[in-house]
Each structure stands twice: as C-alpha cells, then as structure tokens.
Design a protein around this ligand. Structure first.
Ligand code: THU
Length: 158
C-alpha cells in the first residue's frame, strides 16, 4: 500500500513581513544569537521560544574545544525551558543564524538532533509548537508543528 505525507508551510520574502508579535520573537532570537559562543565554526545560531505566558526564553549555540561537547541553540533554549519552567508551554520557536557555513539564501533548518528534542517538547506539552526559520537573507519559513520537520520521529506519545 502506498501512503504519502504532505504538509503546508508559509513563506515570507522577509521576516519583517511577519505579524508584529512574531517580529518581536525574531528580534529576540537575533539578540540571543549575538551571545552565541561559536569560535570553532564561526556560525552563530540564536533561538527564542515564546512561552504561553508571553515570556521569551533565549538560547544560542555553545561550542567547546572538545567539539561533540558543544550544544545547539534550539536545545539550549528548550532544555532551559524544561529545567526552569516545566509547566509553561512553548507556543513558537524561532531560529536565526549568521555565518559562512552555508549560503545566505539557503534554508536555515534545525539539525536532526534538535528536531528530535523539539518533537519531544511538543509531545510533552500536548500542543503543537509553531516554528519560524529565518534564512540569512531574511526569507522566512513558518511551520505549524515540529511534526512537519520530523515525521515518524522516535518516541512515545502519551
Ligand atoms: N547549530 C545550531 O545551533 N543549531 C542547529 O540546528 C544546527 C547547528 C550550531 C552547532 C554548531 O555550534 C554550529 O551551529 C555549526 O554547526
């Protein structure tokens, strides 16, 4: 039997075309990006989670001389949220980046490990997390749920 998986997403030519509240979230993600510690890759990533009480949780990539010990921006933000505010839900997660690792026009898309962590946050809170991805050229993709980034992800859904 053949099955298919499709999903919808929104594209904006620049993040400044987003609704005002989401522009504020992108601003915060850029603020977070400035504090990234990325001396090895020189690729700075910022993440900001908008929580269900209106607060923002910022994260950025934190690298280490022992490369695998570093951690991505998305995980810093989501694990911080889980550690400090376990009862708050993440409404939207925005990710931005700056660096020569990829062309500016290329889609900035979370790595596989971060998708798995994002998916578990979504499953835990039993509510979809909206995802805003801003390329270095400003073009922006908006997804309604992490499922769209990681269909058939690993883990149990209660
Ligand atoms: N990075 C992130 O912070 N998020 C991702 O989704 C992918 C990659 C970081 C890890 C590393 O510090 C740098 O970007 C280059 O890979």
């Amino acid at each position: 039997m053949k099955e298919s998986f499709t999903f919808n997403y929104q594209l904006f030519s620049n993040w400044t075309d987003l609704p005002e509240q989401e522009q504020r979230l992108v601003d915060k993600a850029y603020e977070a990006m400035e504090n990234a510690y990325a001396p090895y890759s020189e690729f700075k990533v910022g993440a900001c989670a908008l929580m269900d009480d209106g607060s923002f949780i910022l994260g950025n990539n934190q690298e280490n001389a022992a490369f695998p010990s570093g951690i991505c921006a998305e995980r810093v933000a989501l694990f911080y949220a889980g550690a400090n505010f376990p009862n708050k839900k993440v409404l939207t997660l925005c990710i931005v980046a700056k660096g020569d690792l990829m062309p500016a026009s290329q889609l900035l898309s979370p790595c596989g490990g971060c998708r798995q962590v994002m998916l578990e946050s979504e499953n835990r809170q039993k509510q979809p997390i909206r995802v805003i991805l801003v390329n270095q050229d400003g073009r922006t993709m908006v997804l309604d749920s992490v499922i769209q980034l990681l269909p058939f992800g690993f883990g149990r859904i209660d």
